[in-house]
Design a protein around this ligand. Structure first.
Ligand SMILES: [Zn+2]
Length: 391
């Protein structure tokens, strides 16, 4: 049997199993139940968050032999054909490569005819913002007077590029980036189903790299499995992703908080020798310090962290001083740009970290107060000097 990529294998087959888009799903389910399905939908949102999946599910919901229903059976001819992309009544069109007026004219011509055996003729146009102006104009004519048996579902990552005339004739749904916590949970489920022994900490590296897109996350998991097999260590996963092992990032954060210059320099040297991108390191470190700060402020580690990382973050938060962590974050975060452009990135990173050691936590609060006082003095001074001009 040929291998099916995870993103495809675990593509949701029901509205209820779509991760992170509950607000959209609820509205569409209700519309189907109340028989108030619009004739044109626009699904807008970032890549890989489920727009096309939702479009196919909606097509199934409308054409299922047991429907229209918000829970299409998945087994009838219509459901199966839509899943396999062989339905003659459901056309999936890539707007990027079919963006000309002649393509839309073909759709219009075709839309006149009744569906063959299904309830509706459904046109799913992906990346619809790529259509030419002339194509949009042609499409508009159909949207203005749609035949009753036709439904349009448009998907786009760039809704702002659509003409208002099109937007105003669609029911728009905004898809969100999937939260890190929801993605981590889903990846853990899938890893278990696939018998991959990968730690939560390693999966959270994948979550961070995929920026809220489930499809990208699953592609990365595929990549990890093919590079490292079914039992990868955190270091293996980091290497496969070109990421930096979280335990190293945490060790650096600990060394910063504890003012341990030697450990900092040893880690920097080692990462540099391994060819790690130091800008990436600074970014990851800034993120990690942010997590520590959140833990300090709320008393709990952010939910997006894996269980195993949470304890470490909370422990470090307990040992550190909020003002110190805040200032460490400032120093590291503002160095990212510098490190990326430095002729000698290692030097820039080392100096950033060493500067971080010399932030005095005890002095931080009084210093802040002094700064605030100075600012308020400056402000009142400003008023007094400007007063004569106003008078
Ligand atoms: Zn069905």
């Amino acid at each position: 049997m040929s291998y099916t990529v995870l993103a495809r294998k675990y593509r949701p087959q029901a509205f209820e199993s779509m991760t992170g888009q509950e607000h959209v799903v609820r509205t569409i389910e209700n519309a189907i139940k109340l028989d108030r399905v619009a004739h044109a939908y626009l699904f807008a949102g970032p890549r890989g968050v489920g727009k096309t999946t939702a479009a196919r599910l909606l097509a199934r919901a409308l054409n299922c032999e047991k429907g229209p229903t918000s829970t299409p059976c998945g087994e009838c001819k219509a459901c199966r054909e839509i899943r396999d992309g062989t339905s003659t009544d459901v056309a999936e069109i890539d707007g990027a490569s079919n963006n000309g007026v002649e393509n839309v004219r073909e759709i219009r011509e075709n839309a006149k005819y009744l569906p063959q055996g299904s309830r509706f003729k459904i046109y799913i146009i992906d990346e619809v913002h790529m259509l030419s102006q002339a194509a949009f104009n042609a499409l508009l004519k159909t949207l203005e007077e749609p035949p009753g048996h036709v439904k349009f579902i448009f998907a786009t990552t760039e809704a702002h590029k659509l003409p208002d005339t099109i937007l105003s004739r669609c029911q728009r749904h905004n898809f969100r980036r999937i939260s890190a916590a929801a993605m981590l949970k889903r990846l853990q489920e899938i890893a278990a189903l696939e018998h991959v022994k990968v730690s939560g900490s390693a999966l959270s590296m994948i979550v961070r790299q995929s920026e809220g897109g489930m499809r990208d996350a699953l592609s990365l998991l595929d990549q990890v499995i093919s590079a490292c097999g079914l039992d990868p260590s955190d270091a293996d996963v980091a290497e496969a992703l070109g990421a930096i092992d979280r335990t190293v990032i945490h060790a650096i954060a600990v060394a910063l908080v504890k003012r341990d210059a030697k450990t900092l320099l040893v880690h920097t040297e080692e990462l540099w020798n391994r060819g790690v991108d130091l800008r990436r390191l600074a970014e990851d470190l800034a993120h990690h310090l942010r997590h520590v700060f959140v833990a300090k402020a709320t008393g709990a580690a952010p939910e997006e962290l894996a269980e195993s990382d949470r304890d470490a973050v909370v422990a470090l938060a307990r040992e550190s001083d909020a003002a110190q962590v805040a200032r460490l974050f400032d120093v590291v975060h503002s160095s990212v740009w510098e490190i990326a452009r430095a002729p000698q990135p290692k030097l820039a990173l080392e100096m950033t970290l060493l500067k971080g050691l010399h932030l005095a936590p005890a002095a931080a609060l009084p210093e802040l107060i002094a700064r605030v006082e100075k600012m308020s003095q400056g402000a009142s001074g400003g008023r007094s000097t400007s007063a004569p001009f106003r008078a």
